[in-house]
Write a protein that binds this ligand. Structure first.
Ligand code: UDP
Length: 329
């Protein structure tokens, strides 16, 4: 029997590459579709095939999708920075939605039956309750969140009209690195808290700037729910199996919030080094608190995060970053 075939857009990126690893580890046949603008060739494990192309290239997308049948399509490729989307809103609104629509439409054309969307906690920008369940009011905190919400809605129509089933997975703060040390986090420029704090601890940057100390939180800094990328990858596979019963949406986090200052302390504990920090103003688009209720994923998918502890998450991130001073090179 032929192994199941999967297409992964953005599979050379941070979360996408960890999902590709999980698929390859299970013996799947994986095609990665990535323009390598943010992704890295070296983040695609040798077991997967990489097609370097843009989603705007619909002729290429058609040619790749024609080579099915596909067990499922995973869509990670997108612009994904909250702060950048506040500075450049129309680029986010245009690129993320148009590329996503091109892909969804092409999937319908090629008879794909199952689709998994990488979505975000930023949908819940103006939060009303913590932890946040899936049916909390949606009110995106930024154009980035808005672009993901649009794709969630487009998928609802794709199901209603064409029967394309989908799982939309709202990640809270993806963090950590492949526990086997094959993959890690390498954004250019890096803007995420944990890798920046690690670099500051390692003396690779002067200091970490803490964005805002006047939030209505335990210590005045933003609170986030950090979830390990490999646990996210597992949740994708579980959600996919659930699609036989209909489309689903899950909030994926550990249900526990950590402030920026607590993350700094965790990096100090793991590295045994000081994280030099300076205190700056708020970053636009950042909600004060984002903590997931993952009760639905736990109950329906039997999802059991392996790296639920922040120190464990930081330990894997630290190991990769320390071993790869130039990231993927
Ligand atoms: N943050 C910070 N300094 C930095 C980067 C991030 O204080 O240099 C804060 C940011 O304001 C947010 C949290 O750390 O509250 C996590 O930010 P990150 O960019 O890692 O992820 P996001 O929450 O944007 O997905």
């Amino acid at each position: 029997m032929q192994p199941s075939r999967y297409l992964v857009t953005g599979g050379a990126g941070y979360v996408g590459s960890h999902l590709v690893a999980a698929l390859c580890d299970r013996g799947a046949d994986v095609v990665v579709y990535d323009n390598l603008r943010q992704g890295h060739r070296a983040a695609v494990l040798p077991g997967a095939r990489l097609v370097v192309a843009d989603l705007a290239d619909t002729a290429m997308l058609d040619a790749v999708l024609a080579d099915g049948p596909w067990e499922a399509v995973f869509h990670f490729a997108s612009l994904s920075l909250v702060g950048e989307s506040m500075a450049d809103p129309f680029r986010y609104l245009a690129e993320n939605t148009l590329n996503g629509l091109r892909l969804i439409e092409a999937c319908v054309r090629h008879g794909v039956r199952r689709f998994v969307l990488s979505s975000t906690a930023n949908l819940f920008g103006q939060l009303s309750e913590v932890p946040i369940p899936e049916d909390a009011p949606i009110n995106p905190g930024s154009p980035y969140g808005e672009s993901k919400y649009f794709l969630e809605r487009a998928l609802a129509w794709a199901e209603r009209i064409f029967g394309l089933r989908s799982a939309t997975l709202r990640y809270f703060n993806a963090a950590g690195a492949d526990p086997a040390g094959r993959l890690g986090e390498d954004h250019r420029p890096e803007t995420h808290l944990i890798p920046l704090a690690i670099d500051a601890a390692l003396g690779r940057r002067e200091a970490l700037t803490v964005f805002g100390t006047d939030y209505p939180t335990k210590d005045g800094t933003c609170v986030r729910d950090y979830v390990h990328v490999s646990d996210l990858a597992t949740a994708h596979l579980l959600a996919l199996a659930r699609l036989d019963r209909g489309s689903v949406a899950y909030n994926l986090g550990n249900g526990k919030g950590y402030s920026v200052l607590e993350v700094i302390r965790a990096v100090e504990a793991v590295s045994g080094r000081k994280v030099p920090a300076i205190y700056g103003p708020r970053r636009a688009g950042d909600p004060p608190v984002l903590v997931a209720s993952s009760a639905r994923a736990v109950a329906e998918l039997n999802w059991r995060p392996e790296f639920a502890d922040l120190h464990e998450i930081v330990r894997t991130a630290y190991a990769w970053r320390k071993a790869h001073p130039a990231g993927y090179g």
